[in-house]
Design a binder for this molecule. Sequence first.
Ligand code: ADP
Length: 349
Amino acid sequence: MTQKTNDQEILAVSKIISIFTDGILFFDQSNKLVLMNKEAEKILNISKKDVIRKKIIELIGTPYLENIVGALLSGRKKRWEEEMEINEKIINVSFVKNNGTLIVLHDITKEKMVEQMKNEFVSIVAHQLRTPISSIKWTLKMFLEESFGRTTKEQKKYLKKIYTVNEKMVELINDLLNIAKIEEGRYVYKPVSTNLGRLIDSTIEQFKEKAEAKNIKISFNNLEKNAKVVVDPEKIKLVLQNLIDNAIKYNHEEGKVMIALKKEEDNLLVSVKDTGMGIPTNQQKRIFTKFFRAANVMKTDAEGSGLGLYINKELIEAHGGKIWFESVEKKGSSFYFSLPLQKNKNKIK
Ligand code: ADP
């Protein structure tokens, strides 16, 4: 291709990208900035004439563009994205490498603000509801324990019903408060050396009654009786509770829940498998997102808020671990999480 046709092409593409509402930058194969639209100038608060035709290395030191260039030089993948604070705005910067590098700057400040307002609203509502719902719980408990005098069988039946419904509200509010804390970054972790097998044993114990009510057998294959992890045991217990609860809740009568603990390289791997209804393939991508419940469970009367797995992911990742699953609809699901084995001292975010 001659220089002339090349320049003509760049001119044509420049015209096209000038219409885009996202900022666009393009570095050619020799890492020279050859394209940049008006929106990119606006977002980065720089003038095109000061940077165009310059090599990446020459752009280090240019305010804001420097962050992008830094990410570009350190990124090894073909395609990736990062959120960056640029000029007091939150910009989603995506990079695509293919015969040069295309950079798209998408302003997400408004979305982030709305998200923050939504989170604050949920947090305020959950805080306000916690006290009255706890009072209802304790008052009902006193009625059920006949602290205010005898209650008839019929009265007890209805009081128990109200108690169960109220417990669900308590659970939901606790989930919402946990999420608010996680998102505000004030979920305090108290890491201590913990025997994971023993933590699993004690969690299974809590679910005995619930499993028996559906004739479900819970087994635990503990291949690492002495292995320890440095975690906040309360938080990891919450993860286990969510997984075991789901494995029972979305299982059939007389189904099975199989839990295992083993070592895999430098990690401890926990699996929770069930023989239940599974997760439809086309919805599996959304499983760890907030409030998501799959279509198949919505048709049953298994209740839930769609918050447990979102919380699990946040908690496991904050401990430096990973969480994932495999599932086949109508056959069952296997959830896994791994945590770094205790060596000297593990870092926790
Ligand atoms: P909840 O159980 O309160 O709805 P979760 O966040 O724990 O919320 O789970 C989100 C969704 O993932 C569930 O509603 C269900 O659709 C699906 N799911 C989770 N665990 C299982 C499982 N073991 N078997 C089938 N579906 C599951």
